[in-house]
Design a protein around this ligand. Structure first.
Ligand code: HEC
Length: 171
């Protein structure tokens, strides 16, 4: 290979590396300390999985769906599906927090995530329904904590799980 051809390959490699580095999701190199802090906040402090990880038939957290939200067809109510307190029959489902681009937070920006936890609205601007405890998080977490939570969620394996839309009574 000529020196010029070699140079072209090196340049192409550099461009590819840049492109890959800017992709969202687990491909992005994450600061390990930030991820570790986020893991502690999500798993130990706030226990997001209490609602966002569905249970198996024997009542254990279903690790195949770790933080991947309610799975369609599970009984309602359960730890990840909540009936409207006023008895309308509407149900709210804990959503998929893994970085799957179609069914999880893969296409979200960090700013959209921050807004959800701080202001209690989803990506489309709809106010979050009960019992997503965002008011509690607003008080408990600073911007640095939310960055860490985001970094940890980004580091999870993406799980494809289409959570049913909130408000629709189960069939
Ligand atoms: C007590 C149950 C509960 C806990 C604990 C909980 N959530 Fe939620 N979360 C929900 C429910 C229910 C929804 C759906 C609300 C709706 O559809 O309006 C939700 C929605 C969300 C959304 C919006 C996702 C989307 O696709 O619109 C995000 C982001 C989120 N939760 C993050 C978290 C994080 C991060 C934690 C832990 C720090 C957490 N939640 C803990 C119940 C919970």
């Amino acid at each position: 290979m000529s020196a010029r051809a070699r140079l072209a390959w090196v340049a192409l490699g550099g461009l590819l590396a840049l492109g890959i580095g800017s992709l969202p999701g687990p491909l992005t190199a994450q600061d390990p300390d930030l991820v570790a802090k986020g893991r502690r906040l999500v798993e130990d402090v706030a226990d997001c999985g209490e609602c966002h990880t569905p249970l198996t038939a024997t009542g254990e957290p279903d690790e195949r769906y770790h933080l991947a939200g309610h799975v369609a067809g599970l009984p309602v109510p359960t730890n990840s599906a909540f009936k409207d307190l006023k008895g309308s029959g509407a149900v709210t489902y804990a959503r998929n927090l893994t970085p799957d681009p179609e069914t999880g937070l893969g296409a979200w920006s960090e700013e959209e995530f921050r807004r959800t936890l701080k202001e209690g609205v989803n990506r489309e601007g709809r106010p979050l329904r009960h019992p997503m405890p965002w008011k509690r998080f607003l008080k408990a977490f600073g911007d640095e904590d939310i960055r860490a939570i985001w970094a940890y969620l980004r580091s999870l394996p993406p799980v494809k799980n289409q959570v049913p839309e909130a408000g629709v009574p189960p069939q």
